[in-house]
Write a protein that binds this ligand. Structure first.
Ligand SMILES: NC(=O)C1=CN([C@@H]2O[C@H](COP(=O)(O)OP(=O)(O)OC[C@H]3O[C@@H](n4cnc5c(N)ncnc54)[C@H](O)[C@@H]3O)[C@@H](O)[C@H]2O)[C@@H](O)CC1
Ligand SMILES: [K+]
Length: 509
């Protein structure tokens, strides 16, 4: 499922106009569909409903909703938050509500009348601002939003809660907090972005009569990754295939202090369809992985005095690198001069896609410009703290603006970035972004990231494009965690348990 930006929605409206579909027809369709959605949620007959209308087209939708709710037997009043609409389409909608004798009270002229309208209200409809909103709410809209948020009533927002921007994470502090949002035609980015998604409540998408073929050639910016999309990205396993057809993942991971990271990454990888998992690490790590995953093959590297891989043994990696169809580097690697040099050398010599995780990201953040000379596809999997280090900003800035910051970073360096956290977000090097829908707080434990990097590495090794490997990997990792949570609970579950549930998460081929 994809989300459309405000500009794309405007372009669709223009396309409809060119095809002879009037703006008012779309508005009527939107208003009617919204009234039906409201009535389907809470039967409105005999209920007291108040519709807050702005002066733009979202307000226009509100006037139609008011007239329709009245037809359905509700006791409806409109609160005019601004002047009467100036645009022709919304004006026509206002006239329709006026002709239907919906009582209207003006917030500026009669605040007391508005309070009276709100007393004992059952259903509030927010039609102050929709996709046209940006910046901060003007004072009168703030007053209206406060009335809406303090009402003991079900709040239905039309298209978006007023005060929430369409294309960014941003919202005014006094924006409407809706119980339900009736979305017109398509999700917008803010419906799926974590901070603003919370303000929308339950979402109901309604058809407003925009022909679906108008959307076929759109360059989508945001994709909501669901089962249909994620499964469409997965590799196909031919009936007559053999292990060589399913890729060779070289996993460069682990050190004396971080033995488990390689165990979890290899577990994620071997459970995700790849033909070979080759673990390159120090002896103790190889032994531990072998005891848990006898399926893996190993490349034992010398250990330096810190218990990390010794650069001198790098020559032995070269052969495995030649054979690899993807390399995963970073989990449990540790940071010292040897691992720094090893990391640089892998990036320089890789001939296949590389996924960089954990300490790999930390090493990278010491000199991010090395990415400029990398010619193979790269996937980075930072959590918020690592992303902050990569961008040299604080974590709060990432939380506030992760879509723009991460998206720009991905484009600037030509890499795919998986920014991990609630609703993990994948920004490809090219256009677009993938918002994940699975996962839960049971994943907020050491080792979950290692498991994920193994999964994504395995998918990359099977030839998936970086953004597909990343977004499908994130989706199935989260889905496995959701299935695991349902049986084991968030407190108890561990990353290795999650790996076990990949069995139920992946589609049965
Ligand atoms: N795009 C479409 O195809 C359709 C859109 N419709 C409705 O139209 C809405 C968009 O309508 P509009 O573009 O008229 O915009 P809105 O109704 O969301 O906002 C009205 C106007 O407020 C102004 N504004 C924005 N930020 C402001 C701020 N911080 N302070 C003060 N004023 C501010 C803008 O000039 C904007 O045009 C959609 O959300 C939807 O509800 C529907 O009628 C059906 C069809
Ligand atoms: K609204």
């Amino acid at each position: 499922m994809y989300a459309l930006s405000s500009a794309q929605m405007r372009a669709l409206e223009d396309r409809c106009a060119e095809a002879g579909i009037r703006g008012f027809t779309l508005m009527e369709n939107a208003g009617r569909a919204a009234a039906l959605a409201i009535n389907g949620t809470i039967p409105v007959k005999g209920k007291k409903c108040v519709v807050f209308c702005g002066s733009g087209n979202n307000g226009g939708d509100g006037f139609i909703v008011a007239a329709e709710l009245k037809k359905l037997g509700a006791e409806v009043q409109v609160i005019l938050c601004f002047d009467l609409p100036k645009g022709r389409t919304a004006r026509e909608a206002y006239e329709k509500a006026y002709a239907a004798e919906v009582p209207m009270v003006d917030l500026a002229i009669s605040p007391y009348g508005c309070e009276l309208a709100m007393s004992g209200v059952d259903i509030v409809v927010d039609a102050i601002f929709g996709t046209g909103f940006h910046g901060e709410l003007p004072a009168r809209a703030k007053a209206a939003c406060k009335m809406i948020n303090s009402a003991i009533a079900a709040v239905f927002a039309l298209d978006l809660p007023s005060g929430v921007e369409t294309d960014s994470f941003r919202s005014d502090a006094d924006c409407v907090r809706a119980d339900f949002t009736v979305v017109f035609d398509s999700l917008k980015p803010s419906h799926i972005m974590p901070l603003t998604a919370k303000l929308c409540g339950n979402i109901c998408i309604v058809d407003i009569g925009i022909p679906s073929e108008f959307k076929e050639n759109l360059t989508y910016r945001y994709a909501l990754v669901n089962e249909a999309l994620a499964s469409s990205f997965l590799p196909v396993r031919a009936l007559d295939s053999n292990k060589h057809d399913h890729g060779y993942l070289l996993l460069i991971a682990g050190s004396r202090d971080y033995i488990g990271a390689a165990v979890m990454a290899s577990e994620g990888a071997k459970r995700s369809g790849v033909g070979y998992v080759c673990v390159a690490s120090v002896d103790e790590v190889c032994r531990m992985v072998a005891s848990k995953s006898p399926e893996c093959v190993f490349l034992r590297l010398d250990e330096n005095e810190n218990g990390r891989m010794d650069l001198l043994s790098f020559g032995r990696l070269q052969k495995a690198m030649e054979r690899a169809t993807a390399i995963c580097i970073g989990p449990g690697l540790g940071i010292d001069d040897d691992t720094r040099a090893l990391f640089a050398s892998v990036l320089e010599n890789a001939k296949c896609p590389v996924i960089i995780d954990a300490d790999g990201i930390n090493i990278l953040s010491e000199n991010i410009n090395v990415l400029d000379s990398v010619t193979v596809p790269v996937v980075l999997t930072p959590h918020i703290g690592e992303m902050a280090r990569l961008l040299a900003v604080d974590s709060q800035s990432i939380l506030n603006d992760r879509y723009e910051l991460v998206g720009n970073f991905a484009k600037r360096y030509g890499v795919t970035v998986v920014c991990k956290g609630y609703r993990t977000f994948t920004a490809p090097a090219a256009m677009g972004a993938y918002m994940n829908t699975t996962g839960n707080a049971g994943l907020a434990k050491a080792g979950s990231g290692d498991l994920l990097s193994g999964i994504i590495g395995a998918l990359l090794a099977q030839g998936l494009a970086p953004e597909k490997a990343a977004s499908a990997g994130v989706y199935y990792h989260g889905k496995a965690a959701d299935l695991c949570q349902a049986e084991l609970g968030q407190m108890y579950m561990q990353p290795m348990d999650v790996a076990h549930y990949l069995s139920k998460a992946y589609p049965k081929l």
